[in-house]
Design a protein around this ligand. Structure first.
Ligand SMILES: [Zn+2]
Length: 59
């Protein structure tokens, strides 16, 4: 199978809903391990939701 470019994981700020690319924290044989940013660049919120989970968060 051809090598596929990896898409960085995306996270949504819980407070202002700005989308951030995850930070690479580890390089593994299977790719990179991503983690949410330390804080939102827009509002300094530190809680993020992985973007794939975001559509389920309609309370
Ligand atoms: Zn924010």
């Amino acid at each position: 199978m051809a090598h596929q470019p990896e898409h960085p994981r995306l996270y949504v700020c819980n407070a202002c809903q700005t989308v951030h690319a995850g930070t690479v924290v580890e390089h593994t044989d299977s790719g990179h391990h991503y983690e949410a940013p330390d804080g939102c660049g827009a509002c300094r919120e530190s809680e993020f939701t992985p973007i794939e989970d975001w559509p389920h968060r309609h309370d």
